[in-house]
Write a new protein. Structure first.
Length: 254
């Protein structure tokens, strides 16, 4: 089965895997499709839970891409990185296809699109954080000032902002070279997002931002550089199995 004919120029497909749904006996098959470099990176992790997460994440990427391009086996995908570390497909597949990948405790997500300016970020909200201190250190002053006083609400707002900002810089492909306090994201209305960028080369013209309901205690955001409306489609995926499309519930958007 190929998803390729189903993905339009203005669509982003999001494939999400829940690590709890992956049986231990699948991991050997997942490792078989990993490259030598990926095996080395995996072996450098000290804890088994990190090796398991890495293996599942790489399998998600490889098996998902092969659902779009069945002519390339999962083991045969090759990847490159730009000067800021953003990964991309190195295979000659004769079509425009790009991806972005994010993982957190218990879950991973990959975006697939025809655009190279798409970023995705997912974070688990269950970990204890000092959200006020982190915001003062990383966020723009306006974003920090708008955080709620109540801890629970403040943490939820923090993770929403964090995933949006991470998705935006990943979509630009410049990673940590863009300080997170160099642009400001706001929530002017209940279901809306605003973006202000002070650096002219990164002006917000043509940008789309979304926060999604990822289920469970997760924050999920997507960013794309595009003037026209875009459609998001969400899939629950298990590597080596067919992805199942589920409702994509958008909480906020720009």
């Amino acid at each position: 089965m190929s998803f390729f004919e189903d993905i339009a120029e203005s669509e982003i497909h999001l494939h999400m895997v829940d690590e709890a749904e992956i049986a231990q006996n699948r991991l050997d098959s997942y490792r078989e499709v990993m490259s030598d470099d990926e095996h080395q990176r995996c072996d450098r992790f000290h804890f088994e839970r990190n090796r398991r997460q890495f293996t599942i994440t790489r399998a998600l990427l490889r098996f998902t891409l092969s659902q779009y391009v069945p002519g390339v086996a999962p083991r045969d995908w090759r990847f490159t990185r730009n000067g800021h570390g953003r990964p991309a497909i190195a295979n000659e597949i004769g079509q425009a296809l790009d991806f972005n990948l994010s993982h957190t405790t218990g879950r991973a997500v990959i975006s697939v699109s025809r655009s190279t300016f798409v970023g995705v970020d997912i974070e688990w909200r269950g970990r204890e954080i000092e959200s006020a201190d982190l915001a003062r250190h990383f966020f723009a002053a306006e974003e920090t000032a708008d955080l709620p006083d109540v801890a629970v609400a403040r943490d939820r707002r923090f993770f929403m902002l964090w995933t949006l900002k991470e998705a935006y810089v990943k979509a630009l492909g410049r990673g940590l070279s863009i300080p997170l306090d160099s642009f400001c994201i706001g929530f002017p209305e209940e279901d809306a997002i605003s973006l202000r960028v002070d650096d002219p080369p990164d002006a917000p013209f043509g940008w789309r931002l979304w926060t999604l309901d990822a289920g469970g205690d997760y924050a999920l955001s997507v960013a794309a550089k595009a003037a026209e409306p875009w459609r998001l489609r969400l899939f629950r995926s298990v590597p080596m199995s067919i992805a199942q499309e589920i409702e994509c519930h958008i909480l906020r958007s720009l």
